[in-house]
Design a protein around this ligand. Sequence first.
Ligand code: NAG
Ligand code: NAG
Ligand code: NAG
Ligand code: NAG
Ligand code: NAG
Ligand code: NAG
Ligand code: NAG
Length: 501
Amino acid sequence: MSAIRAAVLLLAALCGCDGSLRFASYYGDHIVLQKAPQRAVLWGYAPPGSKVTVSLCGPVKQRRACTAVTQGIWQVLLDPVDAGGPYNVTASTQFSTAVLTDVLFGDVWLCGGQSNMYFKTSQIFNASEELALSAKYPHVRTFMAALNSSETELIDLIQVELPWSVPSARILSEFSALCWLFGRYMYDKLKYPIGLVESCWGGTTVEAWSSAKALKQCGLQRTQDNPKENSSVLWNAMIHPFRTMTIYGAIWYQGEANAEYNKDKYNCSFPAMIDDWRRAFHSGSGGQTAGDFPFGFVQLCTYNKSAVDDGFPDIRWHQTADVGFVPNFRMKKTFMAVTLDLADEASPYGTIHPRNKQDVAYRLTLGARAVAYGEEEQLFQGPFPFQIWSSDTFVRINYDQAVSVKPSRDIFEICCSVTTDLCGSSSRWVPAAVVAWSPSAVQLNTSLCPPSAVAALRYAWRDWPCDVKACPVYGASSILPAPPFIIQKYEAGKRNFWRNG
Ligand SMILES: *[C@@H]1O[C@H](CO)[C@@H](O)[C@H](O)[C@H]1NC(C)=O
Ligand SMILES: *[C@@H]1O[C@H](CO)[C@@H](O)[C@H](O)[C@H]1NC(C)=O
Ligand SMILES: *[C@@H]1O[C@H](CO)[C@@H](O)[C@H](O)[C@H]1NC(C)=O
Ligand SMILES: *[C@@H]1O[C@H](CO)[C@@H](O)[C@H](O)[C@H]1NC(C)=O
Ligand SMILES: *[C@@H]1O[C@H](CO)[C@@H](O)[C@H](O)[C@H]1NC(C)=O
Ligand SMILES: *[C@@H]1O[C@H](CO)[C@@H](O)[C@H](O)[C@H]1NC(C)=O
Ligand SMILES: *[C@@H]1O[C@H](CO)[C@@H](O)[C@H](O)[C@H]1NC(C)=O
């Protein structure tokens, strides 16, 4: 029996499908469907052999027939519909009808990851003010998948946690704060409906959200002696079902769980997961979801103030495929919110769950505007080095943009080595104090290394590098922090921006 057929049978058993006409689980009243130029996909269940017709009633009218019901499933591709609504969508056979009311067309964003994506709007700073705003945003709609897992790829969700809703304080208090804030801020900019699909689970690793194919690319496939518990189980149950729906993009907040689990593979597993989701959603929607749909993510915030080397710096670096910023040649059409300066030492949910999700969402929307909506002038990345000059006694970093600098004795560190080996976490790192700066450069005192023995330089390379919004280097506007980096003098194969002067 094929996996798909098994999945269909399992579903039939789970939801007691009696062959009557229905939409798939994640279509419901108040849904936002993807607007033009993409075409929205609708699908559901019907008795084999019946003829299903879908009609759209609202600002424009449309009627489309489903070609065939195969294995009890029908599917229809609507013609492109401009942003707006409301519409009623009616599916009908000769004997029955199923209706979705109050349907809008806009952009659909999928929100995934672990507990910081799951973190509810009722838990953030200023929660009551945020919840009170819900009434002002009836066109930002929310949906949440239940927390379920599966050993095989499912075509539909096992269960819906929160059906599509017009936002209210009650609904939002249970909904992802980051997902909501991202959608609300994008609505303020775009002024058309936004559909938010939350599908995330606390404490989960990237492996759980990745298909077997994606894991195999990184040498993480299941083996007999390593039947890695949770590989693919959430991909199977909570992401794969959505591949049929047309979406605009995805945002993601995950990585904490990988700081101690396959950490050194994250520079492969995370980019591979993004590629794989894109392939799956593109083909699953018959080409409607872009094959390079925009993918935004949050670089890890902070967890343990006294930690020296707990994996967080490595994961932050690996989240960019070891480049330091995105988009880059390996991670095209991606955008990242840097948040290592948004620590929350007093969070009642643990320091790993900072309550300031407003700044995180805002930074993410800057990236979305630039990368996902083509606002070319929009600044969305903090300062990054484009050239390192080293002499016997100092190192000068030239940044790619104007910087705002506060002196620091130890946020920059240098690795002292006279060999050309790469410096790692076990190498000898010493602080390099900031001694001077100009509008776009920072000069460091390297006298703690022997002359000409600086082999690498790193910035903010610890779990908790600074206090809230008080890191030493920001862009000139002081909104976007410089992302952490590690740059090796002797690294082959990467753009070499190290010069001796
Ligand atoms: C959709 O259906 C509802 C309930 O049947 C009805 O009140 C409403 O007028 C319909 N809207 C449109 C746009 O047809
Ligand atoms: C799916 O998740 C819901 C809530 O998260 C849970 O109550 C239910 O038992 C799960 N179903 C299966 C089949 O795992
Ligand atoms: C992951 O595996 C662990 C142990 O094998 C189990 O306790 C946990 O419930 C699993 N989580 C998911 C999301 O399947
Ligand atoms: C990923 O990181 C590991 C550990 O730091 C490193 O050994 C490996 O070369 C990196 N792989 C890629 C593809 O960058
Ligand atoms: C934080 O880091 C310190 C120093 O490495 C360690 O002793 C402590 O156990 C860590 N705390 C947590 C909660 O991981
Ligand atoms: C909470 O509200 C106060 C008062 O309006 C504001 O100063 C603060 O920045 C808000 N906090 C966040 C995280 O947005
Ligand atoms: C650099 O640091 C060394 C050792 O800490 C100190 O003696 C020297 O004065 C510093 N140089 C500058 C230019 O600050």
